[in-house]
Design a protein around this ligand. Sequence first.
Ligand code: FAD
Length: 623
Amino acid sequence: MDFPTRFDVIVVGGGHAGTEAALAAARMGVKTLLLTHNIETLGQMSCNPAIGGIGKSHLVKEIDALDGAMALATDMAGIQFRTLNSRKGPAVRATRAQADRILYKAAVRHMLENQENLWLFQQSCEDLIVEDGAARGVVTQSGIRFLSKTVVLTTGTFLGGVIHVGMQNYSGGRAGDPASIGLAQKLRALPFRIDRLKTGTPPRIDARSVDFSVMQAQPGDDITPVMSYMGSRALHPKQINCFITHTNEQTHDIIRAGMDRSPMYSGVIEGVGPRYCPSIEDKIVRFADKNSHQVFIEPEGLTTHELYPNGVSTSLPFDVQLNLIRSMKGLENAHITRPGYAIEYDYFNPQDLKYSLETKHMESLFFAGQINGTTGYEEAGAQGLLAGMNAALQAQGKDAWTPRRDEAYLGVLVDDLITMGTKEPYRMFTSRAEYRLILREDNADMRLTEKGHELGLVSEERWAAFCEKREAIEQETQRMKSSWIVPNTPEAELINPKLETPISHEYSLLDLLKRPGVEYADVANLKNAPEHPVSEQVSEQVQISVKYAGYISRQAEDIERLRRQENTPLPENMDYSVIDGLSNEVKQKLSEARPATLAAASRIQGVTPAAVSLLLVHLKKRA
Ligand code: FAD
């Protein structure tokens, strides 16, 4: 039989982690299989059809810088784009796009189907093939055996998934899809630390039953942001509005009255839910003094009437859901097309992973996405890309690579998961990164594309575009450095009104740009204007690197200091219980986390600078 059954990398699961993993491995030139329950659901957004947001768009841009799919698919599917925090500094600015879920899936599937070295196969994975303690393939529901050098599991919310609506519950991976039961049982027999988490989604509403005239319209930005470095506004489909309504006292009364039938509050659900994306019943309990919460009414696409009411995720019984939705302004006659629900699923303690996302207990087995305790498409996609890439590197006999915390949010994500683990669904925020000014969403390509190219992840087309951009930034910076404005000249008169004090000596355009209130556009063409104006992406880089030069160099010094600690390894078998002076709590945390370096130890909650000094002393004694 010439049906292919031997691969370098097998990826199980075609969600956001799985699709990025499979694309990354295949881009690196290794023979890759993507095995998933259903080819129709490749790239499906289980919950809100939106990509990006604060902290998350940073991950999307990093995936893009390494030539992943998410940002480009968003440009092809985004129906409302906004820059969040646009008035704040560049470190916390973020791009968010409401996506048409059908267009998004189509874009991802198109990329998968046209990716060289990638095979797709629709079946459930029921078991792993293990040889000498290493994962060497998978077995499908109909007994087909696929062999491989490495396996990446990206099973999302499907492992042992249980769906709850009110006091009723049933097995499911998400609404309409079966749970993964066989594989969950096999994995539970392995020596991994497994626990349960929970997440939820709101009911969906038919737009034809909604009165938009009494709601506040929320249009996208006038100048539409673009998600991918290779994207453009020309890729964007038609742009439409979202709307805003609110819960009120009546809504809250309805929820309180239904609480005795809430699976969350009656103890039926045991898994911990996402702190930053709580259900509406959670919000009513936690913020009891608030008498209203904002609800964003978001279209699910251009060719469907379905709406996503963002902010009212719930697992209350259906009759309560209907009443609470209809208590809100504009939704008095709303027709619910799908009930909201909560789902509980198995996740693995990410402290059992290496930085490559390979498991510590089984060689050649990698985990990525929601299976590692994270929540969100972006967190999943970023891990997927990393796991797929490292699985491919292993199959090629090469060393693994993971960006450091000072190189990428992806580095922050992996380091947080591995050193601290997580007891609740982990989502990314800019506040999790200590080097925010360096890890901006606008410079992810400058941070990562060269490395991605070296690893074989980045196409020649993207590499050429990147080199051109880098060169243009350098040239424009040089031009502005060597173009001088002299006092009492027509050029000086043009810029003086923008300055607190008129210029009294010669200034380069670059120096003028450093002055508060002066923007690139104010100075760029005062002298030696370039024949062809530079792109927005180039002018943005020139402006940010000049305006924030002081902060950026200070962070660079901090990074250098930390790197010295990063280079101090902590032996894997270190006995923390014998180290004098460490509290029992710190000893226990270090023994559990087994940080790879002194710097990783310092990031564990509760490990104080004093404890780090004690570790250093102990290491010196051991040497
Ligand atoms: P998924 O997108 O879940 O993909 C898993 C894939 O693996 C699926 O294609 C599945 O068919 C396949 N699969 C599973 N087991 C097998 C098997 N044995 N064999 C073959 N294929 C298999 N995120 C947020 O950020 N905020 C939220 O509020 C939020 N709410 C959510 C609510 C619900 C009800 C659900 C279901 C998810 C929610 N999410 C939310 C999470 C978001 O959907 C996930 O973070 C994201 O989809 C995770 O991506 P993933 O690739 O890890 O897994």
